[in-house]
Ligand binder design. Structure first.
Ligand SMILES: [Zn+2]
Length: 100
């Protein structure tokens, strides 16, 4: 049984590392948004992403809001994985806003 336990801990460490990578990737933080042409393209991009825990494209958009973070207009997608139920957030910046 102790072998099972150490296997589980190993798996848990891998999943945690994947979570960190997801947060470090574009869109994982307000100061590192994904730049897209339109809000609907942002949603399409978001729903094609794989949940870092489940490794399948299982993220569903629950809420789409326009926010201003430190003076930058951003779109925030609140998403939930249909499989593991974890909530995730993704940040987008609309390319048209860069010209302003
Ligand atoms: Zn998941």
């Amino acid at each position: 049984m102790s072998r099972d336990r150490s296997q589980r801990q190993k798996l848990e460490r891998i999943l945690e590392a994947r979570e960190r990578l997801f947060q470090l990737a574009p869109g994982g933080a307000p100061d590192n948004p994904i730049v897209v042409g339109s809000a609907s393209l942002g949603e399409a991009r978001a729903t094609s992403l794989r949940c870092p825990r489940c490794d399948v494209p299982s993220l569903r958009v629950e809420e789409h809001t326009a926010d201003t973070v430190r003076g930058v207009r951003l779109r925030t997608l609140r998403m939930r994985c249909a499989r593991c139920g974890r909530e995730r957030r993704l940040w987008f910046k609309l390319a048209s806003m860069l010209a302003n």
